[in-house]
Design a protein around this ligand. Sequence first.
Ligand code: SAM
Length: 281
Amino acid sequence: MTTALLGPAEIRALADRLGVRPTKTLGQNFLHDPNTIRRIVRTADLAPGERVLEVGPGLGSLTLGLLEAGHPVTAVEIDPVLAAALPQTVAERVPAADLTVVLGDALRLDPLPGPPPTALVANLPYNVAVPVVLNLLAALPSLQRGLVMVQAEVAERLAAPPGSKVYGVPSVKAAWHAATTRAGAVPRMVFWPVPNVDSGLVRLVRRDPPATTATRDEVFAAVDAAFAQRRKTLRAALAGWAGSAAAAEDALRAAGIDPSARGETLDVTAFARLAAHRPSR
Ligand code: SAM
């Protein structure tokens, strides 16, 4: 079958032509398996013609998969060589595709050009995956859903429910913006270079944040404080946040939370209630 997608030979040839040597600092592990790329596009469950934001298009593996499936793509890439080469790679393989390339850092995005994307689909740079996801969900209210590939442990954390061992700051902060679920594992061999970690997919579905008089930053400050000392009871862990252990206990009781509980048992709604009762507000 002829395909627009990039296999191992095409990825190596393209990298050679561009003089690209993948760097760990930028989390550069490129997909070179068309079956995995099609699986990601299918699993993303996009509406026909829906505009996608892709962070880190790299050599274009996933970008081509999205474009081939008929999705306009806005791609944000931090590496100038990769960003500059992408339009030509796409023009050669999916002519007339609707692609906008933005050279930039997904952690510090300027307003995006063109129509706002409603879905995020990305094989993320693993070292900054959580801040990128949180930053984009906060900065781009147009995003309604997403499917992101991240390190397997991060996938677990992002999708963890309260009470689970890996539930923590990323789980609660992601839950502020979206319902998160795991959407499968991805083997190491589909990347070049082969990473030394496992990978997993996480589905994000936007939802309204919990109703509270506290701001998002105030809620996140309570979350950070509760998990900074996650083995302690909330009464002790939140002493600094509230001014004293007694003040923390009062705030917890006012929010209907047992002061002897630990942060890992609270869902985002409970953190939202708690933040509204911080004494210094
Ligand atoms: N999507 C491509 C694929 O699947 O083959 C490449 C994925 S690779 C894991 C991550 C990509 O993100 C690289 O192209 C890297 O240069 C880019 N990147 C790293 N940090 C970034 C940032 N802060 N903002 C935007 N892109 C970034």
